[in-house]
Write a protein that binds this ligand. Structure first.
Ligand SMILES: [Zn+2]
Length: 356
């Protein structure tokens, strides 16, 4: 992710990402040593290893959760076969905080999906594990949740090389202090919010405003032999959201462009534009053979794109038909009775009405 002024070229990323002067020193950009390192054993499958690591990181096993077959794939570098992914995937285990972790191995890359409890607005942060390095994608709503995520990441015994802050909302960056030793990158629009608006928010204990090493430009990049398609989706749920497509692995990291069975934040007041932005999602990512990683909620499959469209069409109609926040909220709750995330629903409606 070079500065936006440069043209992105398709090159292997040097794991030693340069840090501009005055930023994070090279020597500091290393994962902290785990307190109790667990050496992977060749005879264990990835789910067993992940469970052991999480237990080492203070996770609590969820009783009775079955591991779906897709979590037991331990392929090497061959492209992942396109098979249907269930819309509902069971968590691999839970943490003390109530967060849930889903470990999805997809050939040469493994996605560790950390989904916060409802008190953390069910925000989903990701650790993307390549053969030789780790990326973090978002850092959670509180330093405590960020710490749990970082500690789990440290047990993977891979070097963190970058933090991606997908957009400007607080649940993306409020756990950044736990990742402050790493170079962090975000869209230019996020950089602007972090520089101007975020410091004017009421202070929260332990929350620091992220210091960025650079901004993210759209383009393709090969990381440890894995092609990653970075794209920026603008004026949808936020000013600009980083999405990452892994076409060969049939995995699409959608960020907050997609929520999974949770009422989304509508406060950006751009529902029509958000609907149009769904068409920017590649066609393969809307298939049930794609593992879709949402910005809020559990991993699912590409059918979530059509479900998001259905929701946003309902939201558009509710804003057109009603003036009062209570009525808009009631209309959406009635049409999506099994959805969670009602805090963000009302907060988003109130914010959107203020912006009209
Ligand atoms: Zn958001």
């Amino acid at each position: 992710m070079e500065p936006q002024t440069q043209t992105r070229t398709e090159v292997d990323v040097d794991p030693e990402l340069p840090s501009p002067p005055g930023r994070v020193p090279q020597g500091a950009a290393r994962a902290r040593s785990p307190r109790s390192p667990s050496k992977p054993m060749a005879s264990l499958d990835s789910a067993t290893l992940a469970r052991r690591r999480a237990l080492g990181a203070g996770a609590a096993l969820l009783a009775g959760t079955a591991l779906p077959a897709c979590q037991l794939v331990t392929g090497k570098s061959a492209p992942t076969k396109a098979v249907d992914v269930p819309a509902t995937i069971a968590p691999t285990f839970g943490f003390q905080s109530g967060a849930q972790l889903f470990v999805l191995a997809r050939g040469p890359v493994t996605f560790h999906c950390y989904v916060a409890p409802e008190s953390g607005v069910s925000a989903s942060a990701y650790l993307i594990e390549f053969k030789d390095q780790l990326f973090a994608y978002d850092t959670q709503l509180t330093p405590a949740l960020g710490r749990e995520l970082r500690y789990y990441g440290n047990t993977l015994n891979k070097r963190f090389t970058r933090v991606i802050i997908s957009h400007e909302h607080a649940e993306q960056w409020s756990g950044w202090s736990e990742f402050a030793d790493l170079p962090a990158y975000a869209p230019r629009e996020t950089e602007a919010v972090l520089a101007y608006s975020a410091p004017r928010l009421p202070p929260r204990p332990g929350v620091e405003i992220p210091r960025l090493a650079g901004v993210i430009a759209a383009g393709d990049e090969t990381v440890a032999g894995v092609r990653a398609q970075f794209r920026l989706i603008r004026d949808a749920e936020a000013a600009s959201i980083v999405t990452i497509g892994f076409a060969e692995q049939h995995v699409y990291l959608a960020g907050d462009v997609i929520y999974n069975r949770l009422h989304p934040f509508l406060g950006n007041n751009t529902v029509a534009r958000w609907l149009a932005a769904l068409d920017e999602i590649p066609a393969w990512a809307s298939e049930t053979t794609c593992t879709l990683l949402p910005g809020h909620g559990a991993p699912t499959n590409g059918s979530a794109v059509a479900e998001m469209r259905r929701y946003l069409q309902a939201a558009q109609a509710a804003f057109a038909n009603f003036k009062a926040a209570d009525e808009i909220e009631k209309a959406l709750r009635t049409q999506f009775p099994d959805y969670g995330g009602t805090y963000l629903l009302r907060f988003g409606i109130d914010t959107a009405l203020q912006r009209k």
